[in-house]
Design a protein around this ligand. Structure first.
Ligand code: AMP
Length: 568
């Protein structure tokens, strides 16, 4: 039994949620009953009740050995009835290493399906968007491979490199595929913007998978608009665009020099304030689209500033493990975004995460409005009752399909781009840095951290309160030691942080801001005055309230930056 749907099936999918979920589970169990993984719990049975009774709820480290066996060349049926053809590299980490998830082409079909759903939802809410183009900042990264030769890359890279994307039914992008597929992200960014500017009159939306990328694009434009205008004026693409297929495709779109257009762009970019720059440069843009929930909510004010409050739509909720659902109300306020789960991607269960009432597991249709849950995924590729690590809150129902607000990624405390840095990562990095301090005269008395996105690219800030080891001495801030501490912290952070920082330049140099003695006491007083328990007070590992930041900032004595990129 294969479940297939047409594009206008949102109604059907959400009306028959329960039945479709039952069918999905049945199909997965039939496919996977004889895998080594399921056999140990179900002995070949496909009984759904037995599945719920016997198959354990697991985390990545539990299934990692099975996934790695397939990655190392054992047959797919260790975990999956259907062949595994590639692995998705997730932004989550396990023991500091990126997680990989097994998939096959079905995932691409699901991706095409969810993109089509979300664009058909948009076109019912915003008039005539189908008559224009989208300036979409899509990027690919280099793919690697497992020991057995199967490709490993992020879900986005895989999809963009797939036949499914290449043969998409309609092309709405201002960028040719040669730009999207250019592995040098700086060249790709330049060309995306150049193509967008040249076709400015056709652009009806400006989009990127995540809001952080859109903010990066604007910053990039700030640095390169003069060069782009000169390219537009002359019809000649800058010589540093050396990826030949990309260069040819962009030259083609440029189609000779356009001095009037160059003047127009120059005039807008030359204005003192860049408020509303998106709406000014792309006057026919009707909306800006990217994920603006979770870690990306921090970019909402910037996007509102740059877009002059064009509608900001957050289309969908997805991960390397599975796709979840779409935002059926794309014009809602950014802080009200919820995602309606679609029942055809995976079998979803929900682990109750309400304080004091954790542990109960319910089906998709049985979640309760207002409650918090962690989704458990049973997908077609070998994950069974897998804990996602995201926390969601039920906000309502669309027909019988529940809608969820993204609350947080469990354990993530710092994030600038796609990386998820946990308390554990921070502590590990700090331990390494304190080893350096041991050989100095300085003692670390207090620390907290902050993801500073007011700089471009954003960067991590560690606030440190230092004291001289000799009680009566005043602390001497040793530049060499503190810069080394910055470097060591970066080197200890997880692989995704290091890649975004070193190779891709999406994260700036890590900074230590040394604060005056007594600052952390003042910080504690603030938290206690707001209800924290005095006897159990712990300095938060990271801060983000403006009140706490003000206290820290008003006490900064000196700043130190890492002076080399961490290896990855
Ligand atoms: P990855 O596996 O690297 O694609 O990352 C998936 C994770 O990104 C999810 O588990 C979420 O934590 C986050 N994510 C994906 N979509 C959204 C969204 N719409 N809102 C908030 N966070 C999201």
């Amino acid at each position: 039994m294969t479940i297939s749907f047409n594009l206008n099936d949102l109604e059907e999918l959400t009306l028959k949620t329960k039945q479709i979920q039952e069918n999905v589970l049945e199909e997965i169990l039939t496919l996977n009953a004889n895998t080594e993984y399921l056999r140990q719990f179900l002995h070949g049975s496909t009984d759904k009740e037995l599945f719920k009774k016997n198959v354990p709820v697991v985390s990545y480290d539990d299934v990692k050995p099975y996934i790695e066996r397939v990655a190392n060349g054992e047959p797919s049926d260790v975990i999956s009835g259907k062949p595994i053809t590639r692995f998705f590299l997730s932004s989550g980490t396990s023991g500091g290493k990126p997680k990989i998830f097994p998939v096959n082409n079905k995932f691409y079909e699901d991706m095409s399906f969810i993109f089509a759903q979300s664009s058909s939802i948009i076109s019912t809410h915003i008039k005539s968007v189908q008559q224009g183009k989208s300036m979409t900042f899509n990027f690919v990264r280099a793919q690697s491979s497992t020991l057995s030769g199967l490709p490993v890359s992020t879900g986005t890279t895989s999809f963009l490199s797939s036949e499914c994307f290449k043969n998409r039914p309609s092309n709405v992008f201002t960028s040719p595929d040669e730009v999207t597929l250019c592995q040098d992200n700086k060249q790709a960014m330049y060309c995306h913007l150049l193509c967008g500017l040249v076709q400015r009159d056709e652009v009806v939306s400006v989009a990127a998978p995540f809001a952080s990328t859109l903010v990066n694009a604007i910053t990039f434009l700030e640095n390169y608009w003069k060069e782009m205008c000169s390219n537009i004026r002359s019809g000649h693409v800058s010589d540093w665009i050396t990826d030949l297929s990309c260069r040819d495709a962009v030259t083609n779109i440029l189609g000779g020099g356009h001095s009037e257009l160059a003047d127009l762009v120059e005039e807008e970019c030359n204005q003192k304030s860049w408020k509303g720059i998106i709406a000014r440069l792309w006057p026919k843009a009707k909306f800006v689209q990217s994920i603006i929930t979770g870690q990306n909510a921090q970019y909402i004010p910037m996007l509102e500033f740059y877009s002059n409050k064009l509608p900001l739509t957050s289309p969908l909720y997805a991960s390397s493990e599975t796709l979840f659902g779409v935002n059926v109300n794309p014009l809602c306020k950014p802080h009200d975004v919820s995602y309606t789960f679609l029942p055809n991607f995976s079998y979803f269960e929900f682990l109750l995460a309400d304080e004091g009432n954790k542990g109960e597991i319910v089906d998709l249709v049985d979640v309760k409005i207002g409650s918090y849950y962690e989704p458990l995924i049973t997908n077609y590729f070998g994950l069974h009752r897998y804990r996602m690590g995201d926390i969601l809150q039920v906000t309502g129902f669309y027909n019988s399909a529940p809608q969820f607000r993204f609350v947080s990624r469990k354990n993530t405390v710092l994030s600038i781009s796609l990386e998820a840095t946990t308390e554990e990562d921070i502590l590990k990095a700090l331990n390494h840095a304190t080893l350096i301090l041991e050989h100095s005269d300085m003692l670390l008395m207090g620390f907290t951290s902050y993801a500073d996105i007011s700089t471009h690219p954003g960067h991590y800030v560690f606030y440190w309160e230092l004291k001289a080891k000799n009680n009566n001495d005043t602390v001497k801030l040793d530049n060499k030691v503190l810069v080394e501490c910055c470097c060591v912290i970066e080197e200890s952070l997880n692989a995704i942080y290091r890649q975004l920082r070193s190779k891709d330049g999406y994260i700036g140099a890590l900074e230590i801001r040394v604060v005056q003695q007594g600052t952390f006491n003042s910080l504690m007083e603030i938290f206690i005055s707001r209800g924290a328990s005095a006897s159990q007070y712990k300095t938060p590992m990271c801060v983000n309230t403006s009140e706490a930041l003000e206290v820290l900032e008003s006490n900064v004595l000196a700043r130190f930056f890492s002076d080399r990129s961490p290896p990855f």
